[in-house]
Design a protein around this ligand. Structure first.
Ligand SMILES: Nc1ncnc2c1ncn2[C@@H]1O[C@H](COP(=O)(O)OP(=O)(O)OP(=O)(O)O)[C@@H](O)[C@H]1O
Ligand SMILES: [Mg+2]
Length: 475
């Protein structure tokens, strides 16, 4: 049911003959964020919206009738200009009671339906939005500056939303229908896209989009956002350069992938890097990178390629560094083994809420690999494979920080010994409801200091002295 599939079903969710409204209701303010009174929207507003939907749907149908829709592609600026003129003409014919701004918005929305992803286009063009979360056609949340907000963006109905989902996933050769109701994909700007549709999603299609802004977050941003201090960045730079194995831990949306991407940027350019991900999110700048992505099973349940298979294959590709987007299953054992058998400098992330939790999670995931290893043996593997654990956290009110940088020192009896080298200490919540605090060096010198020095890192030992770092927080 793709827009480009043919003229007969070429409307974006507004099939000819269907009564109805297409796309987003009038946003109550320029940002599209719902004001609280919108929850109890008066009836008159509903009727106005209904009329607006109908008008837009009518315009869209007329446009589709006049266009060779198969030639429409989202990147064609000239065509968009031509079609715009056509839409302006159609709007004028309608003689609708719209002021200049309303007309302009209507024109843009009809164009978005035709060329892009309909109501999603407005959200996708806002660089400050980091997550778009759609719970059925009438509810859409966004995350902006670390805070969740309800928006007024709506889809006409389930069909309309399904149509947009189909448009996205078919562009990357995937499908989403009753036989395959779960799908991951990537948008044209690199954003991660996930959809779950009925019957699995009970209240209508659910979509989660993780944006990676046009300008990815850099180390300079990290420092200016107060997510880290320059001394920690310098230390992490040495650790990556000296090929330590680093595990990033954090909860959902805490910034693990962003951190992984930035740590990977410290890998020296002459090294061969293999990245393995479920949906490619990393964007490494080095010239010598091989990017691998898993593949879901096809409709007959065949052809799935897992992270584990890609990892095993990567070992035969003479990598200097292996970067795995996330270890969430049996591949964890292979990752530890790779780290223990000469693939130093590997980086990965694990979903866990603390450094200790991460160890337990790794134990559980290793047990999923089917080998009956005693817990002590798993811990030994862990302790000798991982040199450093870096924790990312999303704190109260939204700020994301690197909250601990911890050295894994070894084993004492059955217990893995770890020492924080740097840590964020939360001191309170400010008047905007956001957590604030300070970064400290704990006074512990890492035991791998000699390794850093022998790798040529100009280590300034004074950064490990017990101290509070001045924090630059312009956020
Ligand atoms: N230090 C930071 N400051 C501000 N925003 C950040 C920071 N780190 C990450 N973000 C933003 O937070 C969002 C989540 O980041 P990211 O995808 O890296 O998290 P994640 O832990 O990998 O999430 P998931 O668990 O869903 O994989 C992204 O939009 C990213 O741009
Ligand atoms: Mg991630």
């Amino acid at each position: 049911m793709s827009l480009f599939g043919g003229k007969s079903h070429g409307t974006t969710g507004a099939a000819p003959g269907s009564s109805s409204k297409v796309s987003t209701p009038s946003p109550p303010n320029s940002s599209g964020t719902a004001k609280s009174e919108s929850k109890t929207a008066p009836r008159a507003l509903d009727e106005k919206q209904e009329q607006y939907y109908k008008l837009k749907s009518r315009l869209h149908r007329k446009l589709v009738d006049q266009l060779d829709i198969t030639k429409v592609s989202s990147g064609d600026a000239d065509l968009r200009k031509e079609v715009r003129e056509l839409v302006v003409g159609l709007v004028d014919q309608e003689n609708a009671l719209l002021n200049f701004n309303e007309k302009q918005r209507l024109i843009e929305e009809v164009l978005d339906e035709t060329f892009g992803l309909g109501p999603l286009e407005t959200l996708l063009s806002d660089p400050l939005i980091s997550d778009i979360l759609i719970n059925g056609p009438k509810t859409c949340y966004i995350e902006r500056k670390g805070r969740l907000e309800l928006t007024n963006v709506q889809f006409r109905d389930n069909q309309h939303l399904l149509h947009i989902i189909d448009k996205i996933v078919s562009a990357v050769g995937r499908r989403c229908d009753e036989t395959c109701p779960l799908v991951d994909a990537r948008l044209r700007d690199g954003s991660r896209f996930n959809a779950v549709i009925p019957p699995l999603a009970i209240d209508g299609p659910s979509v989660s989009i993780r944006r990676f802004g046009r300008d990815p977050i850099t180390w300079d941003n990290y420092v200016s956002f107060g997510s880290v201090v320059p001394q920690m960045v310098e230390f992490l730079h040495w650790c990556v350069e000296a090929a330590l194995n680093i595990l990033i831990v954090g909860g959902t949306g805490s910034g693990k992938t962003t951190l992984l991407n930035n740590l990977s940027s410290f890998i020296p350019v002459e090294e061969r890097i293999v990245t393995i991900e479920d949906a490619a999110e990393l964007s490494l700048r080095q010239p010598h990178v091989v990017r691998l992505e898993t593949r879901p099973a096809n409709i007959e349940g065949k052809g799935q390629i897992t992270i584990r298979e890609l990892l095993i294959n990567a070992l035969r590709m003479r990598p200097d560094r292996i970067v795995v987007g996330e270890c969430r299953g049996p591949e964890t054992l292979d990752m530890l083994q790779a780290m223990n058998t000469g693939h130093d400098g590997s980086l990965t992330t694990v979903h866990a809420n603390s450094t200790r939790d991460a160890v337990q999670r790794v134990e559980t995931m290793v047990m999923m690999s089917g080998f009956e290893l005693p817990v002590k043996a798993i811990r030994q593997q862990f302790a000798s494979a991982i040199h450093l654990i870096v924790q990312a956290q999303r704190l109260t009110g939204g700020p994301r920080k690197v909250t601990t940088v911890t050295e894994v020192q070894g084993m004492e009896g059955d217990v893995i010994t770890m020492q924080d080298i740097f840590r964020f200490e939360q001191l309170g919540i400010d008047e905007k409801g956001r957590a604030f605090g300070q970064f400290v060096a704990t006074g512990i010198r890492p035991t791998f200091l000699e390794r850093l020095k022998s790798a040529g890192c100009q280590v300034d030992p004074s950064i490990f002295e017990r101290q509070v770092f001045p924090i630059v927080n312009r956020d």
